[in-house]
Design a protein around this ligand. Structure first.
Ligand SMILES: Nc1ncnc2c1ncn2[C@@H]1O[C@H](COP(=O)(O)OP(=O)(O)OP(=O)(O)O)[C@@H](O)[C@H]1O
Length: 869
């Protein structure tokens, strides 16, 4: 449940500057208590006293500032978004606070925050590992500026052009979220990596001298770290994800303070002031409970910070002020802003994807707790034990019997969702059997049951099963595949039994009797609320039962049709009794990575070369397509992103059978359902984004429209421990060309081999064996070095475009973001330059360094203002 909390406001009063001291500017702003300051009015007659979260006086050091805002950082490793920004007039100390000073040990918030973040992540990882669980995390970094209302990538290494803010609907929360399309993201492994990027980006930032500051930042800068931390145990897997945004705003400046300023400066000033005023207006709107409209769209800054200001982010504002009289008016207006900010309430929640098993365990412990609670209540001992016995204090589903019945209803609803999903797979299988239309069916989105998510261009095939290893659908559904790695007596099998169905009803009946007894006993008032709750649960239970009946019937009908099809010869005859009609019927499928090719690589022999005792069963081939950008109105050309073999986990986790795009399917369920296993054991969920390829190759794509064929192989991913910037190069080029058209069945050159996974079902029906991670070159255009399928962004691929020599990001919103399904965003028209070169050459020089120098380049020195190396 989201927790409501206010934006945390800290005021920092800096010491007088040398210039202020030189003119003997008097001090009018003082800290008087830990959270209170006083400000003398311009005429010196009155003292304004105001209280904020924390007030830090002139003598406060960087460590104290960090302590004040630490709460925002510590949540990040736990999956809570955080945002820290500094606000104030030019020269008030914002950059000093955020970045620190190169003179001495004055690390700013950024360095401290990043250090703390990595410490937390490492500590969590070590703790998990100590307990015998697997744990890992990944962090990506981006850095941008908003200058004159234009968004620019500070890490693209050259003039980045203008980026756009886009919106995407989070498939989990169903809420719109903003992102910057085409923004470079680098994988970072520690504070040093972030500092290097920070240094490179800070050089590219716009600065200019103002009256108050010789090196005034003239742009708003946003450094963002995306964190994913995953832990996996025997029977659980939890993925936490959060973003930390560190924002150094440009300072407001009075037009009148400059006697004569250039046109550029005046434009800058207008743009800064208007975006800061838009920020103030947003804060005002958010602070007013009755106000419905929040003008986020009035400026790029407010649009970009939308999530941080009114959404699911823990936010801290540090308002910096000068203590001197000459700045009195600006200080007053900064304090006004602080006042607005502290009224804003946020709704913060942990971004966590939890495996079903964990949910089940949690639910079970909740039931146990509530049962005890009810027992105590019924026995009248609640109060004596310090527990509030009033039913109104017991959460929904929490009144013991009601809770138990409520859980039964939830079980039913979940079961229904699972059955609906299976029906969808059956429909696809049926379509395919009917005439190889499976791809179209999947692409067109036809067929999903009501309420299902849209399908996009993805195709799924289940490979022919080996003779002697025939299983019918029911066997497959009930053999535990539906719950690989998470065998649950209740859900592991196919449909829930009638008696289990009735369990909720039985609970309800018992509870009714119990309540009747209590009523008789004169506890009417207390019991009334429970009764209402009970009626509600009974209704839900009835509805879920009816739904289940309908879905079951639907399934029976589909199975019947499919059996008829198979009896009538199926799609490719022979001994193929595969669910989806085998692969031979897919001749017309574009850019297929055919099963034959797969077989050669995986060593799976259709004729039974495998150990049948082990009941080897290759359950599926995933093909995912991402469409190239195309112009609006043009049909986009498909680019195959990833083809792999989904093992039992994929089917089980419903990842590949998900109704949405492959990416979505994998995203939604795979993370939770463990289908997208990286180079980990089956049944374990993978780190979503940049699980290293571990030497697994990539595959050429035949739809590529470029002739410059370079396949990125091992190097497509950044080395785990390498410097972040190296990722930008997209890896060494190891490709030796791609297969010719029509030559798809030939084994790919080793450098381009697609990885495969082979899962073997053991006697218990659990998947055993190796499951490897597959990543293909994006249509020969992009060496992928980061790739994630998750609930947050259903699909995000960050890569290096070899042809254009630039970084690019694909956001696939599965059609939900209002786009045309999958979309391709790149850094159009940009020249690409390695960031190392940019740092080495210094700002202004363009062009790439010669090849082969990269290895010898040492990490750039960090001498940027405010950043310590
Ligand atoms: N708390 C502080 N202690 C010591 N020096 C400070 C402090 N705050 C700011 N300064 C100094 O004041 C000067 C201006 O600070 P800074 O560049 O951080 O201002 P700013 O608010 O970022 O201004 P702008 O908006 O123009 O970029 C710098 O030389 C900085 O080192």
């Amino acid at each position: 449940m989201p927790k409501a909390e206010a934006i945390q406001v800290t005021i920092r009063i800096r010491p007088p500057s040398a210039a202020e001291s030189a003119i003997g500017d008097s001090t009018v702003c003082h800290q008087i208590r830990d959270n209170t300051l006083s400000l003398e009015t311009a005429d010196g007659k009155a003292n304004i006293e105001c209280a904020y979260g924390i007030v830090l006086g002139q003598e406060a050091g960087q460590e104290e500032v960090f302590e004040a805002i630490k709460g925002t950082i510590v949540g990040v490793a736990e999956g809570i978004n955080g945002c820290i920004f500094t606000y104030g007039q030019t020269g008030a100390g914002k950059t000093h606070t955020m970045l620190g000073s190169s003179l001495g040990n004055f690390d700013g918030i950024t360095v401290r925050a990043v250090r703390r973040l990595f410490e937390d992540l490492q500590r969590n990882k070590a703790e998990q590992q100590k307990g015998g669980d697997e744990s890992r995390f990944q962090v990506h970094c981006s850095f941008l500026q908003i200058y004159n209302e234009k968004l620019q990538d500070l890490l693209s290494g050259a003039d980045s052009g203008t980026l756009n803010i886009r919106e995407h609907k989070n498939s989990r929360t169903k809420k719109a979220e903003v992102f910057v399309s085409g923004l470079s993201e680098y994988r970072v492994t520690g504070v040093e990596d972030v500092l290097t990027l920070l240094s490179a980006g800070t050089r590219a930032r716009e600065v200019r001298a103002t009256d108050m500051n010789d090196v005034s930042s003239r742009s708003h800068a946003v450094l963002q770290l995306s964190v994913e931390a995953e832990s996996m145990g025997e029977d659980f897997s939890v993925l936490k994800r959060a973003k930390l945004s560190l924002v150094d705003l440009a300072g407001s400046e009075k037009m009148s303070t400059r006697s004569a300023i250039g046109k550029d400066h005046s434009k800058e000033l207008t743009s800064i002031n208007s975006s800061l005023s838009a920020l103030g207006n947003v804060m005002s709107a958010l602070g007013e409970k009755s106000r419905k409209h929040v003008p986020y769209r009035d400026s790029k800054l407010t649009r970009l910070l939308q999530d941080s200001l009114g959404g699911n982010t823990r936010t801290s504002v540090i308002c910096c002020v000068s203590p001197c009289q000459s700045a009195g008016e600006e200080t007053k207006s900064t304090l006004k802003f602080a006042d607005r900010a502290r009224r804003v309430m946020l709704h913060v929640r942990t971004n966590e994807v939890v495996d079903d098993k964990v949910l089940l365990a949690r639910a079970q412990s909740e039931i146990a707790r509530l049962r005890t609670l009810l027992k105590m209540y019924m026995g009248g001992t609640g109060m004596e034990n310090g527990l509030e016995g009033s039913p109104s204090k017991i959460p929904r589903g929490g009144a013991g019997g009601v809770g138990n019945a409520g859980m039964a209803v939830e079980d039913l609803v979940q079961e229904n969702a699972r059955l609906t999903e299976q029906n969808r797979v059956l429909r696809m299988a049926l379509k395919r059997s009917e005439g190889g239309e499976g791809d179209k069916a999947a692409g067109s989105g036809s067929g999903p049951a009501e309420g299902q998510e849209k399908q996009t261009q993805s195709t799924y095939r289940v490979k022919k099963r080996l003779p002697g290893n025939k299983k019918n659908m029911n066997e497959i559904y009930s053999s535990g595949i539906g719950s690989v790695g998470r065998k649950s007596p209740q859900r592991g099998g196919g449909a829930q039994s009638e008696s289990e169905d009735e369990a909720g009803g039985a609970d309800l009946a018992t509870l009714r009797r119990e309540l009747g007894r209590k009523n008789m006993g004169g506890k009417r008032g207390k019991v009334g609320k429970m009764e209402k709750e009970l009626v509600k649960v009974e209704e839900e239970h009835m509805k879920a039962k009816l739904d289940k009946e309908r879905i079951r019937k639907e399934r029976e009908e589909l199975e019947r049709q499919l059996r008829e099809m198979e009896a009538g010869g199926g799609s490719d005859g022979g001994d193929d009794d595969s669910m989806f009609g085998g692969g031979e019927g897919d001749e017309g499928e574009e850019d297929s990575y055919t099963e034959e090719a797969f077989e050669e690589e995986s060593g799976v022999d259709e004729g039974g070369g495998q150990d049948r005792e082990n009941k080897e069963i290759v359950l599926g081939v995933i093909e995912m397509k991402i469409t190239s950008p195309g112009k609006k109105g043009r049909s986009p050309s498909p680019i195959t992103v990833n083809k792999g073999v989904a093992g039992a986990g994929a089917v089980a986790g419903k990842a590949m059978v998900g109704p949405a795009a492959a990416g979505k399917a994998m995203a939604g369920k795979a993370m939770a359902g463990k289908a997208m296993a990286g180079p980990v054991a089956p049944g374990k969920a993978s780190m979503s984004s940049t699980a290293p390829l571990g030497g697994k190759g990539v595959r050429a794509d035949e739809n590529s429209n470029t002739s410059n064929v370079q396949s990125s192989t091992v190097g497509a991913h950044p080395p785990r421990s390498g410097k972040a910037g190296r990722t930008g190069a997209g890896g060494r080029r190891g490709g030796r060309g791609r297969p010719q058209n029509g030559d798809r069945t030939k084994p790919l050159p080793s450098s381009m081999q697609i990885s495969t996974s082979t899962l073997v079902n053991n006697e218990e029906g659990e998947a055993q064996g190796e499951m490897t991670y597959t990543m293909a070159d994006l249509g020969m255009r992009v060496g992928v070095y980061s790739f994630r399928y998750d609930l947050y962004y259903p699909a995000t691929v960050v890569g290096y475009d070899h042809r254009r020599r630039m970084h690019c990001v694909v956001y696939d919103d599965g059609g939900e973001g209002g786009g045309e399904g999958r979309q391709w965003y790149d850094l159009k028209g940009k020249k690409w330059k390695r960031w190392e070169d940019t740092v080495k050459e210094g700002k202004g020089k363009k062009g790439r360094k010669k090849k082969g120098k990269r290895e010898s380049q040492s990490a750039p020195e960090i001498k940027q203002r405010g950043v310590r190396g």
